[in-house]
Design a protein around this ligand. Sequence first.
Ligand SMILES: Nc1ncnc2c1ncn2[C@@H]1O[C@H](COP(=O)(O)OP(=O)(O)OP(=O)(O)O)[C@@H](O)[C@H]1O
Ligand SMILES: [Mg+2]
Length: 396
Amino acid sequence: MIRCQGLTKVFGSGPAATEALELSGRGVGRTEIQERTGVTLAVHDVSFDVRPGELFVVMGLSGSGKSTLVRLLNRLIEPSGGTIEIDGRALGGLDDAELRELRNRRMSMVFQHFALLPHRTVRQNAEYGLQIRGGAEADRREKGEWALEQVGLADRAEALPGELSGGMQQRVGLARALASDTDVLLMDEPYSALDPLIRRDMQALLLRLQRELNKTVVFITHDLNEAMLLGDRILLLKDGRLVQVGTGPEILAAPADDYVADFVADVDRTRVLTAADVIHQPRLTAHLDDNPADLLRRLGEAESTAAYVLDDEGRVLGVVHDDWLALAQATRTREITRESLTDDYLTTGADRPLIDILQQVGRHPVPLAVVDDERKLLGVVPRAAVLAALATPSRS
Ligand SMILES: Nc1ncnc2c1ncn2[C@@H]1O[C@H](COP(=O)(O)OP(=O)(O)OP(=O)(O)O)[C@@H](O)[C@H]1O
Ligand SMILES: [Mg+2]
């Protein structure tokens, strides 16, 4: 959807800018470049792709170049070097009309400080993007109303922004972006000014909307926990340079350098990692037509006392225990009966965060089962895998 290659922005021009780029190419840091040339290297040689429908987070400390990066993406500013493609079209090659079209119909922005028009109602603010485009009033109305419903503000349509809380105002900003019905949302620290509780609501709202509406979102934040919570993938910027791109769990498992390692040390892993990150192949599974004596022997070899019994589709039917198998062997029972199965196990979905499953891990003779919507067994979560994942990796 979006492809950036070697994206660079120097604030400054002439020989000083050229010198700054040259210094940066040799690995000289931003502060020294600033001292020697007097120009700011805001973004240097940043390359990444954003996939359609992805929630892509750009994370970095203040001054790391995040806002510069989003401004480059919708060409509010021109790059000093590198290229940006949107859907395979070079952004640099667009003429004014095409650029307007891009900003009106392909990308919308949501800002930290809401950028609402204070003397217009919530409804008018939500419709504002469409109004600029010059759409028909009925259509505007319909889309505005739909967008306000999406963000839970349909009943405040006639209020003025000043009458709303910060969180609600940010919802209006989001509604405006949704009403414009663009594929891409660019969000520059939209939640930084909000209280923690409101912020959590807004994060949940964004995750839900992004899933339902399948938007491509570039979300800027300086909060790593927020980045980890929201991002399908995260790009870490430091002093204008890309330090690492990856999923939250990837970055936690293998920080690119000491800087990232320091950064992620404080992240609450139990909220970032999910069952999918600690899933294992079960050592052993059984079927109803398995021979009990046979299965008992395999259980012994696997040093287990119980096993999941699956149907032909791989769905979990229950758990068979070694004591029943021993009895079945003694009485020469040929098959495992349904009545012999216990429900002495727990299941979880693959996307559950560890915080939700910690209490369930290791409480049964069989490890926690990870199942899909049809209860098919995807794998299991052994207790040791969870403990290992929660331990901070040692610095290399
Ligand atoms: N228009 C400008 N002219 C000169 N320097 C600029 C300009 N805009 C940004 N900068 C500088 O570029 C660097 C990156 O700024 P940018 O605003 O992109 O950072 P940021 O990551 O968004 O920071 P914050 O978290 O504070 O919003 C900073 O050193 C900043 O001072
Ligand atoms: Mg910024």
